[in-house]
Write a protein that binds this ligand. Structure first.
Ligand code: GTP
Ligand code: SPV
Ligand code: MN
Length: 621
């Protein structure tokens, strides 16, 4: 047990020492990422009741953890960007003045680790030593966070070696904000929800997170570093830090294309990254590099991407052998489950895992549960934490230092109405507009109280660490540097009919759309022109083996000119608070979209010339 810290790296030693003086932990432990360390953390978490060992015959080396019911998701209302100037945080962030925030945090953190161990976690986001990777060090008093970081990032001595060579690092300070005082007994999930604060200091490359132990609030390599801070670093250094899955698509002839996909939280990235193509698409396959974050950089005239993470923190509900067989195989062992239900034989269960729920469970709160109860047995934002290496569809280049070349960018929200299944934007500038104005319906990945539909530009609304208009300008400038930037597509798996039924089967069948996307990206594949862009006709999508009548296809693809126009009018609500910095190109794209919709509406009132019947059915071109 020691309270002093020295590994001979001055910048690290000084920082850890000063934080230890502030937080007063009982001891300090340097994490090396080893199996021994993982076993020790697990042993300790089992001993104090944070983890429950699952049945080793059913789920080897796997554990269940139940959080405090008040600490179950990212807390956007308590997440701040503390840039020196308020204007730099922009209208999409909660800004706090950094000096005042720092003073408040010093008060909160003073003595907050009493009775607890301070874990020092040196980690790399991206393959250690890769020119696209960046280093962070997380200081935390949560052994659950230490264990999770071991799965989610590359932790260990190779990272220290980089620091010894003088590599800079992002300072990630985390406390659950619950000191363990003399004579007190610990609880299974100590936290401090009343005082939860997640504060980013972009100029200092630092994040201070207090009070929560859950997910993106506490695993600071993820949203805090790899998105909010990294987006600022990326803008300065000429690259992009994005909330995107990263996957390979291999054709029957063996040609592999790489695709990055920005969908908002709980809108399908993990499922898309791991999808298994239906048998009718014989020869096509998808390989996985990442399910949540991509760092993308122009290299020699092309975009190259890495997944900075090393594990998956995936949504459990809805995951089953049909929707995501690769995920089910990945989480068959060596996995940490949080807030799922426990079966009587010591395994896990969540809504959607099986058609029929078990007759008895222990729910995510540790209470007896039967199907008669109206509440879900697993929390809607319950998650699995598993190493990427367990993924059966892992791409051979998942760990490549130079990343993979990007052939297409896809984005899309959760929209029950109006938005077609897929369209390709006309060019980079139009693509940036379409990605920026993406809308999505609220999900459980963040606390409730969000509006039913929100604009979520590039799925980055909660994660862009600087002014959103500057972010749009940065996207535009990245494309302008490239001779042939990858095409940008919009997708929507979630459109419903008037009876509320999903019009598209989704999951593995999304491969049908993906095939069209990579064919288009390769300059093949047919399309029609619509006001939104290029859309596949019924014959252009590989739909063999799928029961999808023409009428349903039309309903999936249709653009109703009237509702599309009113949808487009609401884009102004996104832009209004940022007009002073908004790139003129986006206003131009807005006007072009309106013109296309208007002329489409007037065309639709004329008798159809080419036999196309429904208004705004895309016209052949
Ligand atoms: P985060 O980890 O929060 O960023 O979420 P994500 O974007 O990785 O979403 P994920 O793949 O975990 O899916 C979230 C929810 O949407 C799950 O309940 C899935 O079952 C469901 N889902 C994913 N893909 C599809 C799809 O193609 N169609 C339908 N209907 N549901 C989907
Ligand atoms: C998300 O909300 O986008 C997630 C989960 O991926 S969390 O790590 O909590 O941010
Ligand atoms: Mn995510």
């Amino acid at each position: 047990m020691r309270q002093s810290f020295s590994v001979g790296i001055a910048a690290l030693d000084t920082w850890v020492q000063s934080i230890a003086e502030l937080c007063e932990p009982a001891c300090i432990l340097l994490c090396d990422g080893s199996q021994t360390e993982r076993a020790e953390l697990t042993r300790q978490l089992l001993a104090n009741g944070t983890l429950i060992a699952l049945n080793p015959k059913k789920r080897p080396n796997s554990y269940l953890c139940r959080s405090d019911p008040r600490d179950v998701a990212r807390v956007e209302s308590r997440t701040f960007v503390c840039s020196r100037s308020e204007a730099d945080a922009g209208p999409s962030n909660r800004w706090r003045e950094p000096v005042g925030m720092q003073a408040e945090l010093l008060t909160a953190f003073r003595g907050c680790m009493q009775g607890r161990t301070l874990y020092v976690i040196p980690f790399s986001m991206g393959p250690v030593g890769s020119p696209l990777a960046r280093i962070g060090v997380e200081l935390t008093d949560s052994p659950y966070v230490a264990l999770s970081m071991q799965i989610m990032t590359r932790v260990g001595s190779a990272v220290l070696a980089e620091l010894e060579k003088g590599a800079d690092f992002v300072r990630c300070l985390h406390s659950i904000g619950a000191p363990l005082l003399e004579g007190q007994t610990d609880v299974a999930w100590p936290c401090n929800p009343e005082r939860t604060t997640i504060a980013h200091f972009p100029e200092e490359r630092a994040v201070w997170s207090f009070g929560s132990g859950y997910g993106g609030n506490a695993l600071l390599g993820k949203k805090c570093f790899a998105l909010r801070l990294a987006s600022v670093m990326a803008r300065e250094e000429g690259w992009l830090a994005e909330h995107m899955a990263l996957l390979g698509v291999t054709s029957p002839s063996g040609e592999r294309s790489y695709v990055a996909a920005a969908f908002p939280s709980a809108c399908g990235k993990t499922n898309f990254a791991m999808l298994v193509a239906p048998p009718a698409l014989a020869g096509w396959s998808v390989s996985t590099l990442g399910d949540d974050i991509a760092w993308i950089r122009p290299v020699a005239g092309r975009l190259r991407a890495i997944n900075p993470e090393n594990g998956m923190f995936g949504v459990a509900p809805g995951t089953n052998h049909r929707t995501n067989p690769n995920a089910m195989r990945a989480i068959a062992a060596d996995t940490l489950f949080t807030n799922v239900a426990l079966t009587d034989d010591g395994d896990v269960w969540w809504e959607g895992m099986t058609e029929e729920p078990p007759t008895h469970l222990i729910d995510w709160r540790g209470r007896d549960w039967t199907p008669q109860l109206r509440e879900p047995a697993a929390h809607p934002n319950s998650r699995f934490t598993t190493p990427l290496e367990r993924c059966p569809s892992l791409d051979p280049n998942w760990n490549a230092a130079e990343g993979v070349p990007l052939d297409a960018i896809v984005c899309g929200g959760r929209m029950s109405r109006d938005m077609p299944l897929v369209f390709q934007t006309f060019d980079w500038e139009h693509g940036v507009y379409a990605a920026a104005t993406m809308g999505s319906e609220a999900t459980a990945a963040a606390e409730s109280g969000l509006p039913a539909i929100r604009r979520d530009p590039m799925a980055m609304l909660p994660f862009c660490g600087y002014h959103m208009a500057d972010y749009f300008a940065h996207w535009l400038s990245i494309g302008a540097q490239l001779a042939g930037p990858p095409p940008i597509f919009r997708v929507n798996w979630f459109r419903r009919d008037d009876n509320g039924r999903l019009l598209w089967p989704g999951f593995g069948d999304n491969a049908r759309v993906l095939v069209w996307i990579v064919e288009r990206a390769r300059g093949r594949g047919n399309a029609l022109v619509s006001p939104y862009g290029f859309q596949p006709g019924h014959a252009d999508l590989p739909l063999a083996g799928l029961e999808l009548p023409q009428a349903q296809f039309t309903a999936l693809m249709q653009i109703d000119a009237t509702s599309a126009e009113s949808e487009a009018r609401t884009h102004d609500e996104l832009f209004a608070p940022m007009l002073d910095r908004l790139p003129p190109a986006l206003l131009r794209q807005r006007d072009l979209l309106r013109q296309r919709l208007q002329s489409d509406a007037s065309n639709a009132s004329l008798p159809a010339a080419n036999g196309s019947s429904a208004p705004s059915t895309p016209s052949a071109a």
